[in-house]
Design a protein. Structure first.
Length: 97
């Protein structure tokens, strides 16, 4: 069963462009990673320094494999240096109502 993931990133004004450029550079690899169905980058209309990624993955295990791969490459550490707060991930399952 597919899983939706949100990743909330809070960035400082001076690092916003750098973060968006980083995402633009790395997301093609994310989109082609095993299990990634889609990923969309959004911005909170009420707080432009709050960037939210909306992701859909085949399984949570696929997402966890992807995050481990990004960590091994050092990408998470580089991106984390641009953030004003720790990123927040949420895993969401669609309810059949």
């Amino acid at each position: 069963m597919a899983i939706d993931v949100t990743l909330e990133l809070q960035v400082s004004e001076e690092n916003r462009e750098a973060l968006l450029n980083t995402l633009e550079a790395i997301l093609p690899d994310t989109r082609s990673y095993k299990g990634c169905q889609s990923i969309v980058v959004t911005c909170n209309d009420d707080d432009p320094l709050n960037i939210v990624l909306l992701e859909k993955w085949d399984t949570r295990a696929d997402h966890e494999s992807y995050v481990a791969w990004r960590a091994e490459r050092g990408d998470l550490e580089k991106m984390g240096a641009l953030l004003a707060a720790r990123p927040v991930s949420k895993f969401l399952t669609t309810l059949k109502i």
